[in-house]
Design a protein around this ligand. Structure first.
Ligand code: ATP
Ligand code: MG
Length: 375
């Protein structure tokens, strides 16, 4: 059944991804109710209604269940029990099963391994005594990554030798973790895709990503990789979506290591590396999320122009003063997107901009020039 404009979509999570979804949905004529405990939620400000409560708050979940025609999420850490409660009254897309796998690195990596998708060598760590045998399998250098609630490189600890293990374990507060080999990176790429209620899938052009301090800095599209590698990325991501029986928009991050593709992680939602689609593809990833979760047919993903996306991190704000936007806005092919966050903090994603140019290398250069002028 299709959920048509005029209906109400519930959004679990009210950060920037929820905000850009809300903009797309409302401009298509849907009502959006955001559930997020932050009174200053970026999405809540633009939604029809903002329910300010925790994701496990029974009254809030009951209200969402009663009011919404369909529910989706921008935040993979919603408790599965809340998704299951909601699913008793309305479609929840993606479903609890896909979210449960992707919100937990141990489940996610095991799912990938069990289904034959290549990953960096890893070991599951549940107790301190798993660390040394784990490192023997994985081999240093490695990274200890907390299994749940990590993002933007948080909850990760570098391991150069066995003597780092105990300290890392304490730093991660003895939580379930994955110990992963640190692999050499030729490049990092990612792909956003959508899978509809009928199982039809559509992928976006592959993005090439550069990180700074564990946080995405720049995405370039099209990625500077062989078309045969891009085809493998698309085929692997599509097979992952099918194996998860996924409905909605998702992204898969890959490492290219010694010429070989490895799956890094799966995001059960639109992705930062897909923000270029707001200005450079026929259908943005957020409109696509509306289409997929509402059971509509999927929109075209064709790239209209080479594009570079640059994240605007809180460090650019000096004493909470925004950068001089004129340096960006004076360029006719630079597109500013700000998330309406009141407080700028180091490492906090405040916004991004897209730069379009007929040649990718020109977009890369202009994007870097603008960045240096904003500093
Ligand atoms: P996000 O959710 O923001 O993508 P995250 O906190 O889940 O980030 P990861 O994607 O696991 O973190 O890692 C962040 C970055 O750290 C990667 O994009 C990559 O640059 C680097 N990294 C992580 N794991 C490895 C590895 N095994 N080998 C080499 N580099 C790695
Ligand atoms: Mg990542």
């Amino acid at each position: 059944m299709k959920t048509l404009p005029g209906s109400t979509i519930g959004m679990l999570g009210g950060g920037q991804l929820g905000r850009m979804f809300t903009i797309a949905a409302r401009s298509m004529g849907y009502e959006v109710i955001v559930l997020d405990p932050d009174p200053d939620s970026p999405a809540g400000k633009l939604a029809t209604d903002h329910v300010c409560a925790n994701y496990s708050d029974q009254t809030a979940i009951d209200y969402m269940a009663k009011t919404c025609d369909v529910v989706t999420t921008e935040f993979e850490n919603v408790p599965a029990s809340s998704l299951e409660t909601l699913a008793a009254s309305c479609p929840v897309r993606p479903g609890a099963q896909a979210v449960t796998i992707t919100q937990d690195r141990i489940h996610e990596k095991s799912f990938l391994r069990d289904n034959g998708f290549p990953t960096a060598p890893f070991a599951v760590i549940r107790n301190q005594s798993d660390l040394e045998p784990g490192l023997e399998v994985v081999q240093a250098p490695a990274i200890l990554k907390v299994s749940r609630f990590g993002y933007d490189g948080k909850g990760q600890y570098g391991i150069d030798s066995a003597s780092d293990l105990d300290h890392a374990w304490q730093a991660l507060q003895a939580n379930d973790s994955v110990l992963e080999q640190r692999v050499p990176l030729d490049r990092e790429v990612s792909v956003v895709l959508a899978r509809g209620t009928d199982g039809q899938t559509i992928t976006y052009p592959v993005a090439e990503n550069v990180h700074q301090n564990g946080i995405l800095d720049v995405s370039m599209v099209p990625a500077r990789i062989d078309s045969s590698v891009a085809e493998q990325v698309v085929s692997m991501a599509t097979r992952i979506a099918n194996a998860l029986d996924y409905i909605g928009v998702m992204a898969v991050e890959f490492f290219i290591s010694n010429g070989k593709l490895l799956v890094n992680e799966i995001a059960p939602r639109p992705h930062n590396s897909g923000h270029y689609t707001l200005d450079a593809t026929v259908t943005s990833q957020f409109e696509q999320q509306v289409r997929a979760v509402c059971g509509l047919s999927l929109g075209e993903t064709r790239l209209l122009s080479p594009v570079v996306m640059v994240n605007l991190i809180g460090d650019l704000w000096q004493d909470n003063t925004p950068p001089a936007w004129e340096a960006l806005l004076s360029h006719a092919n630079a597109k500013l997107h700000l998330y309406g966050k009141r407080e700028a903090r180091p490492g906090r994603k405040m916004g991004h901009y897209n730069v379009l140019a007929p040649k990718l290398e020109d977009a890369v250069k202009l994007a870097a020039d603008i960045k240096s002028q904003l500093k």
